[in-house]
Design a protein. Structure first.
Length: 551
């Protein structure tokens, strides 16, 4: 019951300490993590937005530069010159030296027929009068088409510009190298799962996507109306969480899309999070160890205080009992002494009367004399017993007096002599003849001797011997009293606990386990100490050591 109580107290202290320590720690950790996470998300969003914006400008610049090149060629050279295939070939070669982004080039009249064509395909006889891009070019003066298959049967897109002069219209068209444009778009792909591509307003891929398919496949992304600026969203695509940054190009109705994997982008955040978790766990461990050590120290002090309180309570209770017993003994002794006095006086009066009688003439004179002597003897013995009762029952308050340890031991032995004879236990003494007196409380010291002797009687049981001796130890400047019995002795496990309160080896109801703990406490308060030597089968020896009286 006591162990459970102290164990519960220990865990309450540990729990309280952990709670008051960890709540602020976790609160600060959560605040730092959330703040860092928000800042990191904001940084990723800003970086992605900046990347999309920069790439949109680069694509618009690429397309506008190609359109400007065609316009410069168309307006800086005469239609007759451009209609010359050799001349056009030279212009095409000169253009390719600065940027190899064109696949072919064609000079077309207003009816859609080629006046001249240079390139790897046999398109000189092809007429574009019905082509959508051709009609838009005639209408707007410039057109960048969506990607289409066309006569090549291969995905491509064209940039075309027109020139009106003297009622005639000419168109200069060039096909953009899709690989060059693809590489330009995909250059911003980040990490192993990042992606970048372009879709038109119908959500068809205009460039190859790393994970969504080839050109002209339908993108799984939701269609969006044209908007200004850059949008960054957190979406789920093909079962994966992704950061999506998108914007519309200014050159044509194409939308740039850049995808980033949060797992890769947030890897630094996760590393920081796990580092924070590790620091918190270490903090929890340190706090737990500190709380455990502190709780154990507190519980040890509480146990010590409770033990001292139990000893004090037991000592006070024993003192109260002894005081009550002393009063009772004093009352009984006084009550007994009165009739003993009368018996003594009556026996003396009878002896005086018997002395006046003639022994020769009085029958049984000798018997009367012997009986009166026996009456006086037993009255004296009864008076001695009552005298010892009065001496033992004196007040128990601490008292400093010069005590003869030999006399005190002899007086105490007399209390138990009859009990020892009843059990066939011999009590022998070996008292030092020149034993110095000690300044101590004789009553309390007598209580200790009586308790140890009583324990020795219980240990011996029947037919044994108890030896009581006194002496001096010049090296320690002490006076000692030893009590040795021929009982069964004690094992080491018992020796470690004999002075603990409530520890007893006696059967239930035969002992409280407080006797030796009270004895230990009394001797400590008197300035001495108790030594115990015991082994199983060899009996036990208790030695009370007290400081020698100073001159």
């Amino acid at each position: 019951m006591i162990d459970k109580k102290y164990s519960g107290l220990r865990w309450k202290i540990i729990g309280g300490t952990m709670a008051f320590s960890l709540i602020p720690l976790f609160a600060i950790g959560l605040f730092v993590h959330n703040d860092f996470q928000s800042a990191y998300h904001a940084k990723i969003t800003k970086n992605l937005s900046t990347m999309v914006e920069d790439k949109q400008r680069a694509l618009d610049m690429f397309l506008n530069e190609r359109a400007a090149q065609l316009r410069t060629i168309l307006y800086s050279h005469s239609p007759d010159s451009l209609a010359d295939k050799t001349y056009l070939q030279n212009l095409f070669n000169a253009t390719q030296t600065s940027a190899q982004s064109f696949v072919d080039m064609g000079f077309i009249d207003q009816q859609g027929a080629h006046l001249a064509y240079v390139g790897p395909f046999a398109l000189g006889e092809v007429n574009y009068r019905e082509a959508e891009w051709f009609q838009k070019t005639l209408l707007k003066g410039i057109n960048i088409s969506d990607v289409f298959m066309g006569f090549r049967k291969y995905p491509h897109f064209v940039i075309a510009v027109s020139r009106n002069e003297n009622g005639k219209t000419w168109v200069l068209r060039a096909t953009i190298d899709s690989d060059v444009f693809d590489r330009l778009v995909q250059a911003v792909q980040v990490g192993r799962r990042g992606d970048a591509f372009v879709v038109n307003e119908n959500n068809l891929l205009q460039t190859h996507s790393r994970f969504l398919g080839p050109i002209l496949e339908t993108s799984p992304l939701p269609t969006q109306p044209r908007f200004k600026g850059v949008r960054v969203e957190h979406i789920t695509l093909a079962g994966r969480n992704m950061f999506l940054g998108t914007t519309w190009l200014d050159s044509l109705r194409w939308r740039l899309v850049i995808l980033e994997d949060p797992a890769e982008e947030l890897s630094s955040l996760w590393r920081t999070t796990w580092l924070l978790v590790g620091v918190c766990l270490i903090g929890v461990l340190v706090i737990f160890l500190g709380a455990t050590l502190m709780a154990q120290a507190i519980v040890r002090k509480v146990m010590l205080a409770d033990r001292e309180k139990a000893i004090l309570d037991a000592s006070l209770m024993q003192s109260s009992k002894m005081a009550a017993l002393g009063k009772l003994a004093a009352g009984v002794a006084h009550e007994v002494n009165n009739p003993l006095t009368l018996i003594r006086e009556g026996a003396g009066w009878l002896k005086d009367m018997l002395a006046d009688e003639d022994p020769q003439t009085m029958k049984n004179h000798a018997e009367f004399a012997r009986s009166l002597d026996m009456i006086e003897l037993h009255v004296d013995r009864a008076r001695e017993v009552t005298h010892r009762m009065l001496g033992f029952g004196r007040r128990m308050e601490p008292l400093q007096e010069n005590v003869d340890l030999n006399v005190l031991a002899e007086q105490t032995i007399r209390f138990l002599r009859q009990e020892a004879l009843h059990r066939n236990i011999a009590i022998t003494t070996d008292m030092s003849g020149n034993l110095p007196r000690v300044t101590t409380d004789g009553n309390q010291l007598q209580q200790v001797i009586l308790n140890i002797l009583d324990n020795a009687l219980d240990a011996v049981g029947q037919q044994g011997e108890i030896w009581v001796g006194t002496g001096t130890d010049d090296e320690r400047d002490e006076v000692f009293l030893s009590i040795r019995d021929t009982g069964p002795g004690m094992p080491c496990e018992t020796m470690e606990h004999i002075f603990e309160p409530f520890y007893t080896t006696k059967a239930v109801g035969e002992g409280t386990g407080l006797g030796l703990s009270i004895c230990f406490s009394i001797i400590e308060k008197l300035g001495g100490h108790i030594e115990v030597q015991s082994a199983q089968g060899e009996g036990s020896t208790f030695t009370i050591r007290l400081p020698r009286q100073r001159a």
